[in-house]
Design a protein around this ligand. Structure first.
Ligand SMILES: [Zn+2]
Length: 443
């Protein structure tokens, strides 16, 4: 049942959302063309509470962080949760989540929430991106071959994307308007514009067309967002983030970021993006450079979310270049497979070396798992295929990444970012690696 509108309640307002910068990364970060440091620590204000940034946001794809209670996510330091519009649209249906009072109430998470637009999943799960890529031995496919492969499970046209459900093969269609309606029904505090997600294997010509199409879709998202916000005045304001694409091309990335920064709705005059997502194909070796181009163009006073990143070296590089929040399924997915993060690099919880290791998996970790269990016990749970293995492992990996980003935030405040980076990455990947990463960061 929808709640009846409270008569005294004002319309949901963009003023209910905000971002304040508290500190700038002066030493060890990337500077933009205006010679300002791009990295920063700040606070995102949402109707469901604040997020201290930089922050890692645990992923709860289907309205649950797999194997964890929401109270546990909170306990391990998670400030917000990101769910997926595509998955929740297919199951149980975004209308049902709306009836339940929105994503947060449905899953019993009272903090800030994000949903991603479904664009990536529609195109990657629907199309079978990995298959397309693995078929491509020369790493250069013609647009025609890519289009042909896409036709199998998803088809992109000017208006939107038609795709088959990965659950049962049913045919669905996402347009910018549909994605906005779904995300308003889900009711997350931060939602994303519907964009076309390309791969590094698309040609330059395809990337140009795609960036232009994503810009036209972004205007339609702003308009539909304004309509939904007015129609659903009984719900808290949802902040809409535009998504910057453009693959590895500086001119495309900068133009896309500038365009989204200045964009207003066509019908809803004055409706602008509340923040920005950085998405799409990102070659690891160029991550910092690309994030730097984009953030150099984006307005300083709005938050920037880097989609799908959580590797420790990538986090340092992206924060140095001005990214504020991150999400990624990797920490929990790897945990369920037994791959554990530690201060000295990855540990396979199932390896023979852990069998009689009667000490915490990572003695420096402060998580519930490391404070109460030994690596030997975790090894046993994995070998016996016990459910608790996933829970204890996920607690550790999520805490490891959340805490790492919290430490990076503190280092920006203390002006010790470069020292923390060299120490953490040196121990994580070896001293040579840390030197290389430092050398790669401009200035
Ligand atoms: Zn731990």
């Amino acid at each position: 049942m929808n709640e009846s509108p409270a008569p005294t309640r004002p319309l949901p307002s963009p003023a209910d959302f905000g971002f304040d910068i508290a500190h700038r990364l002066e030493r060890g970060g990337v500077r933009g063309t205006g010679d300002q440091p791009l990295g920063r620590a700040g606070t995102i204000r949402t109707p469901h509470g604040d997020i201290q940034t930089p922050a890692f946001v645990p992923v709860g794809t289907k309205a649950t962080v797999k194997a964890l209670l929401p109270a546990t996510v909170r306990e391990l330091g998670g400030q917000a949760v990101l769910a997926n519009a595509y998955h929740l649209f297919l199951q149980p249906g975004s209308d049902l989540v709306d009836e339940a009072g929105g994503l947060g109430r449905f899953m019993n998470w009272d903090g800030p929430t994000f949903t991603d637009s479904g664009g990536f999943q529609v195109m990657s799960l629907g199309v079978g991106f990995k298959k397309v890529i693995s078929m491509d031995e020369n790493l250069h496919q013609s647009d025609e071959v890519i289009a042909e492969n896409k036709e199998r499970l998803a088809h992109v046209d000017e208006d939107g994307v038609t795709f088959k459900s990965f659950l049962n093969g049913d045919r669905h269609r996402f347009t910018p308007e549909v994605s906005m309606r779904i995300q308003h029904q889900l009711g997350a505090d931060i939602i994303f514009a519907f964009d076309e997600c390309t791969t590094l294997f698309n040609t330059r010509r395809y990337q140009e067309d795609s960036v232009d199409r994503t810009a036209r879709w972004a205007v339609r998202c702003l308009d539909e967002h304004a309509r939904q916000t007015a129609e659903r005045a009984h719900r808290p304001y949802q902040a809409l983030f535009g998504v910057v694409q453009g693959a590895q091309y500086e001119d495309l990335r900068r133009a896309a970021a500038r365009g989204l920064a200045e964009m207003t709705g066509a019908e809803a005059d004055g409706q602008r993006f509340d923040g920005f997502g950085i998405g799409g194909a990102l070659d690891k070796s160029e991550l910092g450079t690309i994030v730097g181009w984009v953030n150099d163009e984006l307005p300083e006073n709005k938050p920037r979310h880097l989609l799908g990143i959580s590797e420790p070296d990538d986090l340092f590089v992206a924060i140095a270049a001005g990214a504020d929040t991150f999400d990624c399924v990797a920490p929990s997915r790897q945990a369920r497979g037994g791959t554990m993060y530690s201060s000295t690099g990855r540990i396979n919880a199932k390896s023979a070396a852990q069998r009689r290791r009667f000490e915490p998996l990572d003695p420096e970790c402060d998580c519930y798992t490391c404070e109460n269990y030994t690596a030997a016990y975790l090894h046993h749970l994995f070998k016996a295929k016990e459910m608790l293995a996933s829970t204890l492992a996920t607690i550790h990996n999520e805490r490891f990444i959340v805490r790492l980003v919290d430490r990076i935030r503190q280092s920006i405040i203390d002006d010790s970012f470069a020292e923390l980076r060299d120490e953490v990455l040196g121990r994580q990947y070896g001293p040579d690696f840390a030197r290389k990463t430092a050398a790669q960061s401009p200035r």
